[in-house]
Ligand binder design. Sequence first.
Ligand code: NAP
Length: 527
Amino acid sequence: MITGKNYIGHTLSATGQKTYRTFNPLLNIDNEHVFTEASEDEINKAVALASEAFKTFRTVSGKRKAEFLNAIADEILALDDELIQVYCSETGLPEGRAKGERGRTVFQLRSFAELVAEGSWVEASIDTAVPDRTPAPKPDLRKMNIPLGPVVVFGASNFPLAYSTAGGDTAAALAAGCPVIVKSHPMHAGTGELVASAIIKAAEQTGMPNGVFSNLNSSGIEVGVQLVEHPDVKAVGFTGSIRGGRALLDLAARREEPIPVFAEMGSINPVVILPEALKTRGEALAKTYAGSITLGTGQFCTNPGLILGIKGEALQHFIQHLGKEIIQLEPSVMLHPNIIGAYEQNKQKAVSQSNVDVVVDYADTVQTNFARQVITAVEGNTFLNNPTLHQEVFGPFSMVVQCEDITQLEAVIAQLEGQLTGTLIAEASEANQYPSLIETLQNRVGRLIYNGVPTGVEVCPSMVHGGPYPASTDSRFTAVGINSIKRWVRPFSYQDWPNDLLPDELKNGNPLGISRLINGEYSTQNL
Ligand code: NAP
């Protein structure tokens, strides 16, 4: 049941004055429930509880953390239809998408449960002492990853489940042993509260400390700012706009004790179509890309916002077909009037630049909050000389850049800001002819895709969802998959520490049976 209150640890609380409602973009009306923004006092309590909880949660065994994460997954599923209905009413997204995203969320939680139950993720490493080494004895050194402390997670507007309250950031942080305070996204506060209730139930069932999780409502930046500035918060996870992520990164850097901010932000995801592919399957590619550009009303961070090819008949043909295909698709609703407002504004800004051709702009009347898809085209020189055209237009929008030749195409890629993905569309015969272009593309992105579409982010250990700034604030980490746990830990060494005082992961007897690097060789044996 939705109460509109905050979870301050295990307790529901609403002492603040500011209230707000979520919005149903499909019906164009406010939803029923009223949410109370967290007060300064509640924020401080949530952080104090998280700091206290960290003292015990940081040493909870992997097996018990796994029970907690699996219980969260079970409780989310137990919310059943209520969760799905609230999700749909707060996003306008269809039931199928809600269920798919719930499945992904549950899968992520269970993947982290499996990871920490097995235990080798801590990357234990042991270098035994050599007391008679000359000229100086070598000490015994043992290293493993340990949790950072309380983490603040900012939920994403476009993934109310998989990248929000119990999404990837939260699951990874809890798995690492970090208490989590979620700054709930105002557009889906009801979905957030229901999921938070599942996490609290799971925490109580599995005996996790009060404060291991809190959920704070907010409809403005104040709550987030106070959280990031709080001295007892030790790291931040964020998914959203470049402006928001950058503001939080700067805020965290200005603290007396700066902390890491792992923000996954905007991206236009360049797609390079090589000449032979364009010639042999331009029409089929146009159809595929019309679908990818409009998927989820273009509200994916991996949306293909930029398509690059070499000028000529084949590219012209592709552009025309892309326009023809995309215009046949029914426009769909965006998540919120603010998102569609930003889409209209950014689209307008892009199309009003000099020498931008509008290939198609869906002209028929659409329902309120529905987005009209747009395809534009520019010459390579125009793109190179106008940085405004490099900016993300979050929605069903894409720009085709007609380059003079491969050299200019490579120059366009080299000039791009950091991106989440880069896609290469090529015939087998030509793929190996452009090593320099591929290297340039690799240098700008976190993931390369061959003959596919960038939309669709598989959750698995080999996925990298991140990239050079501003795709993310730290390209060394992924925000998706089990390796994202590494954002919430730091390496820690014990020197000459007595065996019985060491954590189980580093004890001589290897009681957890995990894989460890012992004197340079991986082993699951004891010492
Ligand atoms: P957002 O504006 O970046 O906000 C995300 C969260 O961060 C919200 O909870 C917001 O709080 C908070 N926030 C933003 N700026 C802040 C600041 N200066 N200080 C403290 N907190 C701050 O993203 P959004 O609301 O999800 O969507 C807005 C736009 O972001 C979209 O139109 C789109 O352009 C972009 N976006 C991009 C992606 C992507 O993956 N590339 C994903 C989602 C959104 P409040 O809402 O409470 O103010």
